[in-house]
Design a protein around this ligand. Structure first.
Ligand SMILES: [Zn+2]
Length: 158
């Protein structure tokens, strides 16, 4: 999200909750704390969901946690779709490949992964769960540690 979007998000949060103030320092702090991959539309919905269910003041940690849950669900849905496609012999969909990058790039890291490591993560199968190249790891939200080791090693010794 851009800082201008974080400011709008805080303004919206304030309309639910008088404990929240909106000023430059707060926008700056939230912008720094919110997960870099969170999009504005989802964030707005997460604010609504928070105040629909809870009375405590919203903190960036609440949004980050909810964001990870949203992403995990999207990946699970896409993996299920992909398994159905594979069962009829279809190639991976664009959406699946995009989400696979998401799994590797943003779900559990706070900074983007360097492009060369990302490419090697995708290009090599996983030694742990035997997910083939171009496929995300099985039954996990993030690549297995051994797959990271392979990718780092390949970048070091191409
Ligand atoms: Zn794996």
């Amino acid at each position: 999200m851009k800082k201008s979007e974080v400011a709008l998000l805080l303004t919206m949060t304030k309309s639910f909750d008088d404990r929240v103030s909106v000023d430059e320092a707060r926008v700056e702090a939230w912008h720094a704390a919110l997960h870099f991959s969170m999009d504005f539309d989802t964030a707005k919905q997460l604010v609504i969901d928070h105040y629909a269910e809870r009375t405590n003041a919203l903190m960036p940690a609440h949004l980050n946690e909810a964001w990870r849950t949203v992403r995990r669900r999207q990946i699970e849905q896409e993996q299920a779709k992909q398994r159905a496609l594979e069962s009829v012999g279809a190639p991976p969909s664009e959406e699946f490949l995009r989400l696979m990058r998401t799994q590797m790039n943003t779900l559990f890291t706070d900074t983007p992964i360097p492009e060369d490591i990302l490419q090697e993560l995708q290009a090599n199968p996983c030694p742990t769960c035997h997910a083939p190249s171009e496929q995300p790891c099985n039954e996990t939200d993030k690549p297995h540690p051994a797959r990271w080791d392979v990718a780092r090693e390949k970048v070091k010794n191409p």
